[in-house]
Design a binder for this molecule. Structure first.
Ligand SMILES: Cc1cc2nc3c(=O)[nH]c(=O)nc-3n(C[C@H](O)[C@H](O)[C@H](O)COP(=O)(O)O)c2cc1C
Length: 215
């Protein structure tokens, strides 16, 4: 079983990365082979519209643009599980997340009949982190992010969305002009809720790997 883990947060050891590493540990505990990639370490852009993936008689589900993302797209299509995480930036996933998604999706889209060239199955766990509380998320973000998660249905596997709310953004709020946040509340959520999120992420990593190994 192969798991690919993509961190679409620029921060390598903060909330999104920690959730992904917990989920990866869960996947590995089932014997899955896992590879972790920080998307912000790679040099890439969104789809360049080169149209090479639409040429006649070429291999499908492959991005032909020569940069550091194309091998990652190949790895996703040949994995059993994709674990991907993004912080919420201005009510949306990050720019690197969108750039990745354009490339992933366009390379499997048929322009003959808009069908899906991808016939395999990759299960997906999508992790979100944010300043928003659950109440705010439910009201303003939930519907939109469920739609972003639904885009992974083109990978033909199960898709789970895991939002972690009200995350700690900096270690010491007293050093910043961030008075709209209560440091006390942020620390409390970080100490009491975030460990539960990490446990849930681990369990989701286990579940996704197991559901694939049954098949
Ligand atoms: C540029 C930027 C925009 C952000 N926009 C939002 C937002 O719209 N809603 C929100 O809830 N949090 C927002 N945040 C907070 C982050 O989503 C939150 O701190 C997240 O946990 C960061 O992930 P990381 O710790 O993995 O870097 C924003 C942070 C940054 C840096």
């Amino acid at each position: 079983m192969k798991t690919i883990v993509l961190n679409a947060s620029p921060r390598k050891n903060w909330n999104t990365a920690q959730l992904l590493k917990a989920a990866m540990a869960g996947a590995k505990s089932t014997g899955a082979e896992a590879e972790y990639i920080d998307l912000y370490d790679l040099n890439f852009t969104g789809c360049r519209s080169c149209m090479l993936c639409k040429r006649k008689d070429v291999k499908r589900c492959h991005c032909y643009w020569k940069d550091e993302l194309s091998p990652v797209i190949d790895k996703v299509y040949s994995s059993d599980t994709l674990l991907i995480g993004t912080p919420i930036y201005f009510g949306r996933p990050t720019s690197q997340y969108f750039a990745f998604m354009e490339r992933l999706r366009f390379s499997s889209l048929s322009y003959d009949d808009y069908s899906n060239y991808f016939k395999g199955s990759v299960s997906v766990g999508m992790f979100l982190t944010m300043n928003a509380t659950k109440e705010f998320y439910d009201k303003l973000y939930k519907e939109k992010f469920e739609a972003y998660a639904d885009e992974f249905k083109s990978l033909n596997g199960e898709v789970y969305l895991y939002p972690a709310y009200n995350t700690l953004q900096v270690d010491d709020y007293s050093k910043f002009n961030m008075s709209s946040f209560s440091e006390e509340e942020k620390k409390k959520v970080h100490e009491e809720c975030f460990p539960i999120d990490l446990g849930n992420a681990y369990n989701l990593g286990v579940k996704l790997s197991q559901s694939n190994s049954v098949e």
